[in-house]
Design a protein around this ligand. Structure first.
Ligand code: NDP
Length: 267
């Protein structure tokens, strides 16, 4: 039996165990995935000891880096790791949030984007968009933070952006990231809204519950405002699933591939 887990604080509401345990069961793998509450990043070595792999969530995506023996792929450029896999005695760090976000844009081809927020998740979103030659502008409550993002322009009122990505946590407090009239003005010149937040539910206990939720879920506050402004919208639930499928590819040493894994949740 191999053991995996999602490490964070808080962690009680994570859907990752349901996703990964459903996949282990579907592919008949002798593995188990659990939630791990970590109070202090100094405890990473003992927490990781029994594990073959892990996902890392808030607030440890950056502080886990010193505990990695090697960082691969875009995680190096982003400076944040959300997936760990043990190769022999070495911990390898990856970032699957960035690619998960990009895949969840589907067939939308974007040339320029406005990112709302300048926190940890914005780093992954900015890097992957830049990799795909999307011109990125940013708007944050604390504008000084934008200076730490390279190749990004500060938002200018009146400009048009095809894609508006909400990476702020404002929605978790029941707030829009901007004053309503300002957001409406931005949406009026845009063609797609993306909210990293996903709707929550206390009644997801089985894969069937999850599949039902994927098919019919309520809009987040940001998405519901985009709908009111008559532009298409995407919430963060597909991104959550896709980053998990990419992590699962790593956990099973690429024995199963993204499309095959995706089929389990998007038949
Ligand atoms: P951080 O704490 O690093 O950053 C939060 C950002 O939100 C900051 O830019 C902050 O602005 C801004 N903010 C917070 N409250 C408000 C507000 N009331 N109005 C305007 N701006 C506000 O968080 P992360 O970037 O790590 O995560 C952001 C969100 O993305 C979380 O809700 C998380 O759940 C979600 N997420 C979803 C994922 C998915 O797979 N779908 C993956 C990763 C994250 P300031 O700098 O001024 O403080």
């Amino acid at each position: 039996m191999q053991y995996f887990g999602v490490i964070g604080n808080p962690i009680a509401h994570s859907l990752s165990p349901l996703i990964h345990n459903s996949l282990f069961s579907h592919f008949s793998l002798q593995a188990h995935y659990k939630k791990i509450l970590l109070e202090n990043s100094n405890d990473f070595p003992t927490t990781l000891c029994p594990l073959k792999g892990a996902n890392i969530t808030l607030p440890y995506k950056e502080s886990v880096i010193p505990f990695c023996d090697e960082i691969r792929g875009i995680a190096q450029e982003i400076g944040a790791v959300n997936t760990l896999y043990r190769e022999g005695e070495r911990w390898i760090g990856y970032n699957t949030d960035a690619e998960g976000f990009y895949l969840s844009l589907g067939n939308h081809k974007i040339k320029n984007a406005l990112i709302l927020g300048a926190g940890g998740s914005a780093k992954a979103v900015v890097k992957i968009l830049q990799k795909h030659n999307v011109a990125v502008s940013m708007l944050n409550r604390t504008m000084e933070k934008i200076a730490s993002f390279s190749g990004v322009r500060a938002y200018e009122r009146g400009e048009s952006y095809e894609l508006i990505v909400n990476t702020t946590s404002a929605g978790l407090k029941g707030e829009l990231p901007l004053e309503e009239q300002h957001l409406q003005e931005i949406f009026s010149r845009s063609s797609l809204a993306f909210d990293l937040i996903y709707p929550s539910s206390n009644s997801i206990h089985t894969l069937q519950d999850f599949l039902r939720f994927l098919r019919q879920r309520e809009d987040t506050l940001f998405c519901s405002f985009a709908k009111k402004c008559k532009i298409p919208r995407i919430d963060g639930l597909d991104m959550l699933c896709y980053q998990a499928f990419l992590a699962f590819e790593i956990f099973c040493a690429n024995k199963y591939h993204f499309e095959e894994i995706k089929q389990v949740f998007y038949p």
